[in-house]
Design a protein around this ligand. Structure first.
Ligand code: COA
Length: 139
C-alpha cells in the first residue's frame, strides 16, 4: 500500500529524480525553482505518494481563484497501473472542492495518449482551446 501526504522539503531530491525518470523535466523549467515557488504558495496542494519509505509519485495542484490546475503528475514507472495517480487526483479534487474550486483543468501534450486515457476514465473531457504562453522570468 501507499500513503499520500503533502510535499516536505526533504523530498526535494527524490521529487526531481522522479520527474527525470518520468520524462517530465524540460530545459525551460528549473525543477528546483519550480518547487521553491510552489512551496512559497503554502496552499497544501503539492502532494506526494510514499510506498515502503520511497517517494513514488507526485502531483502539484493549484487554485487561482477561478480554476484548479494539475501539474507534475508523475508515477514511477515501476509503480504504474496500481491506482496511484487516480488516488492522487482524487485527493487533489477533494482538497480543491473544499476550497470552493468549481473546475479542475490541465494541459497535456497532444502525443501523450496514455495520459489522455487516464484522465478520460476519471471523467475529464477534452476542451477545444489554444494555449498561449509568455515567459516572464528566465530560469
Ligand atoms: C499517466 C500516469 C500518471 C498514470 O499513473 P498510474 O498510477 O499508472 O495511473 P492509474 O494506475 O491510476 O491508472 C488508472 C487508469 O488510467 C488508465 N491508464 C493509466 N495509465 C495508462 C496507460 N499508460 N495507457 C492507457 N491507459 C492508462 C487505465 O484505464 C488505468 O486503469 P487500469 O490500470 O485498471 O487499466 C503515469 O503513467 C505517468 O506518470 N506517466 C508519465 C508522466 C506523465 O506523462 N504525466 C502526465 C503529464 S501531463
Amino acid at each position: 500500500m501507499f500513503m499520500i501526504r503533502q510535499f516536505q522539503e526533504t523530498d526535494l531530491e527524490d521529487v526531481i529524480a522522479l520527474w527525470e525518470v518520468c520524462d517530465l523535466s524540460r530545459p525551460w523549467n528549473n525543477p528546483e525553482i519550480d518547487i521553491f515557488r510552489k512551496v512559497a504558495q503554502k496552499d497544501q496542494l503539492f502532494l506526494v505518494a510514499i510506498k515502503d519509505d520511497e517517494l513514488i509519485a507526485t502531483v502539484m495542484g493549484g487554485y487561482d481563484g477561478h480554476r484548479g490546475w494539475v501539474n507534475y503528475l508523475a508515477v514511477h514507472p515501476h509503480q504504474q497501473r496500481n491506482g496511484v495517480a487516480t488516488a492522487l487526483i482524487q485527493q487533489l479534487e477533494k482538497r480543491l472542492t473544499a476550497l470552493g474550486c468549481p473546475k479542475l483543468q490541465l494541459l497535456i501534450h497532444k502525443d501523450n495518449i496514455d495520459v489522455q486515457n487516464f484522465y478520460e476514465q476519471l471523467g475529464y473531457e477534452e476542451v477545444e482551446v489554444i494555449c498561449f504562453g509568455k515567459r516572464l522570468i528566465q530560469d
